[in-house]
Design a binder for this molecule. Structure first.
Ligand SMILES: *Cc1c(COP(=O)(O)O)cnc(C)c1O
Length: 240
């Protein structure tokens, strides 16, 4: 008897992880009186190779997030991009903006007015409109970029005047916390999100509050997150 050499990867761990995350999202939504459809799941794919990403896509993932432009562009040719949306979620240098306009459907990590201006300029040149979130440095951490919480609304209203960029909401990565301490940061972000809905006019469509990662997405959902960015809980621990 000859044994068949298999070249297929065993991705059954991805099936289990995906099912578990979907269940946990549904449970956290139910616990806070929300519908699971109100919460979008993003698979964060940094350091993950195309085959497992494609497997996640086959399971139903239709949104991925990458931190780096170069890494994203190196993968797109190998991904099943039909119906797939891609977001940039890491600090973006102005000189890289032109490479991703029209490729990503949203830039979640807009952390300066200058960057928003560049996105506007490049979107006009490309004849498109780019959706953005403003990133807020909610814990005022030195190592993180993002708008100051107290200034975010004012900057948002400035940015909302720019052509061919559309503010959809806010994103934040809170400091590492003990227990459910993190909820107070998420709650503050939700207050900003709700304020911006009533205060930002002209053409902005505020519908996205991007909060929560592998370690804290359930707390984020309980505080109103509409988009959770999950990496390691889906793909396993990252090795760099
Ligand atoms: C890496 C990353 C994530 C995902 O982190 P996990 O802890 O692996 O879920 C989410 N958001 C941002 C901005 C990230 O850089």
């Amino acid at each position: 008897m000859t044994e068949k050499l298999s070249t297929e990867f065993d991705f059954s761990y991805l099936d289990r992880n995906y099912a578990e995350i979907k269940e946990r999202i549904a449970a956290a939504a139910a616990a806070s009186g929300r519908q699971p459809e109100e919460i979008k799941l993003m698979a964060v794919t940094k350091t993950v190779a195309p085959p497992p990403i494609n497997h996640m896509i086959s399971l139903g993932v239709d949104l991925i997030g990458e931190n780096k432009v170069q890494e994203l562009l190196s993968k797109t040719d190998f991904l099943n991009t039909d119906g797939l949306q891609m977001h940039i979620i890491g600090h973006l240098q102005s000189n890289k903006v032109r490479k991703i306009i029209g490729i990503v459907s949203m830039i979640e990590s807009v952390d300066s007015v200058e960057l928003a201006r560049e996105i506007s300029k490049r979107s006009i040149l490309a004849g498109t409109t780019t959706d953005i979130l403003l990133e807020v440095n909610i814990g005022r951490e030195e190592a993180k970029t993002g708008f100051d919480y107290d200034e975010a609304l004012e900057r948002a209203s400035e940015i909302s005047e720019l052509e061919n960029v559309r503010i959809r909401g806010f994103m934040a990565v809170p400091p590492i916390c003990e227990g459910d301490e993190v909820r107070k940061y998420f709650a503050k972000m939700n207050t900003l999100y709700m304020d911006s809905k009533s205060k930002l006019g002209n053409g902005s469509l505020i519908d996205t509050l991007s909060l929560g990662m592998s370690a804290d997405f359930e707390d984020a959902i309980k505080e109103g997150s509409t988009l959770v960015r999950v990496g390691s809980a889906l793909f396993g621990a990252r090795c760099y």
